[in-house]
Design a protein around this ligand. Structure first.
Ligand code: AMP
Ligand code: ZN
Length: 132
């Protein structure tokens, strides 16, 4: 059983921020910024590429509610909402989850950088992503 399923089953303790029938939100054990929260479905699914639409929709609604709540209650000036899918993208726990990371100022502990990109033929890229 994966570590998040063990948390959902109360086999491992966690700091529960929010719970409903289908989703659970807990404090990330490693608080990138104060209030860093993970939202996950109670049903085990490895990642968004394998999840059914209903599960994703349930998570999205919990993320929406908690983004408002956490940003307000931490007095953050914004938040990042992040999902890592597969190891290449930094996924370390193979149970779908979304990070809500309150942001305080540009000197807080997180840097999300879009490195300078190489010029691309957007027509070619569009064909690729549309599967043409
Ligand atoms: P990711 O790298 O997107 O797969 O994120 C996994 C996150 O789970 C990391 O930020 C970890 O700090 C967090 N994490 C791992 N184990 C636990 C745990 N037992 N309780 C709370 N958060 C955890
Ligand atoms: Zn799981």
């Amino acid at each position: 059983m994966c570590i998040f399923c063990k948390i959902i089953n109360h086999e491992i303790p966690s700091s529960v921020v929010y719970e409903d029938e289908n989703t659970l939100a807990i404090l990330d054990i490693s608080q990138v910024t104060k209030g860093h929260t993970l939202v996950m479905p109670k049903k085990h699914v490895a990642n968004i590429l394998e999840a059914d639409p209903e599960t994703v929709a349930q998570c999205a609604e919990t993320v929406r509610k908690l983004a408002i709540q956490i940003t307000a209650n931490t007095n953050a000036s914004g938040c990042n909402i992040l999902n890592n899918t597969h190891e290449s993208a930094g996924q370390t726990v193979d149970h779908l989850h979304f990070h809500i990371i309150p942001r305080y100022d540009e000197n807080d502990a997180i840097v999300i950088a879009f490195n300078e990109s190489k010029p691309q033929d957007l027509g070619e890229v569009l064909k690729t992503v549309r599967g043409e």
